[in-house]
Design a protein around this ligand. Structure first.
Ligand code: SF4
Ligand code: SF4
Length: 228
């Protein structure tokens, strides 16, 4: 079957001589037999590390888990600096974790029961593949948006009984943060780990409202009531 790969600004077609194949296997085939200059990232090859995320036909996938189809168009993740072919620089996007201060701010001792552990167990499964970030339409118009995975991690710590200063995290995700999300759900659909950043952002909005924050977009809306 034939697939296309975006390399620089060019689409290049490759013939893959397998009836079925993961995308990663196909990429290694091209590199080893046709063009060893093809550049991409991979590590664990088993869906655990998140290194090989790319876009296929506009949707984010892990190359090691995705089965190629005739005519697939393979591209690097969106909103990342492309270093070469499918290899992107994730360093700048990692900075969003720092912006969101997504770690324990003021650790305190706390008894944690199983129910509380389960509350954020899913969020801790994040493998930092950046698929959610690549799928988010807000980054198209606001490159400073903190983005889904950092907000999911921020939620994980606001829900942690060991955090003694939840407001410190909430304060740091107001600007370019929770209120900029359109709740489109793309990130939730893109996540290979079944994490739901859209829901986590919704939960963070609820927590923010407990600290007196309101949706700035709502305040700016004109409901046509004039001076009433
Ligand atoms: S739900 Fe929010 S964070 Fe997720 S992709 Fe949509 S706009 Fe981005
Ligand atoms: S939340 Fe999901 S899609 Fe986003 S970086 Fe983590 S594992 Fe990847």
């Amino acid at each position: 079957m034939q697939i296309q790969i975006k390399r620089s600004n060019e689409l290049i077609s490759y013939e893959i001589p397998f009836e079925s194949s993961t995308l990663l296997k196909a990429l290694y085939h091209i590199k080893n037999s046709e063009d060893n200059s093809l550049t991409f990232s991979s590590s664990c090859r088993s869906g655990v590390c998140g290194t090989c995320a790319v876009r296929v036909n506009g949707k984010e996938v892990l190359a090691c888990s995705y089965s190629i189809q005739e005519g697939d168009l393979v591209e690097p993740l969106a909103y990342h600096e492309v270093q070469r072919d499918l290899k992107v620089n994730k360093q700048k996007v990692r900075e969003t974790l720092r912006t969101a201060t997504a770690w324990l701010q003021t650790p305190q001792e706390a008894l944690i029961n199983e129910q509380q552990v389960q509350l954020t167990a899913k969020q801790t499964d994040c493998i930092l593949c950046d698929s959610c970030y690549s799928s988010c339409p807000v980054l198209e118009v606001n490159p400073n948006f903190i983005g889904p995975f950092a907000l999911t991690r921020a939620y994980r710590y606001t829900a942690d009984p060991r955090e003694g200063n939840i407001q410190a995290i909430v304060d740091n995700i107001q600007s370019n943060g929770i209120w900029d999300c359109t709740l489109c759900g793309n990130c939730t659909e893109a996540c290979p780990q079944g994490i739901d950043p859209k829901m986590d952002i919704t939960m963070l909005r609820g927590t923010a409202s407990q600290f007196g924050y309101t949706d700035p977009n709502f305040q700016a809306m004109d409901f046509g009531f004039g001076g009433f």
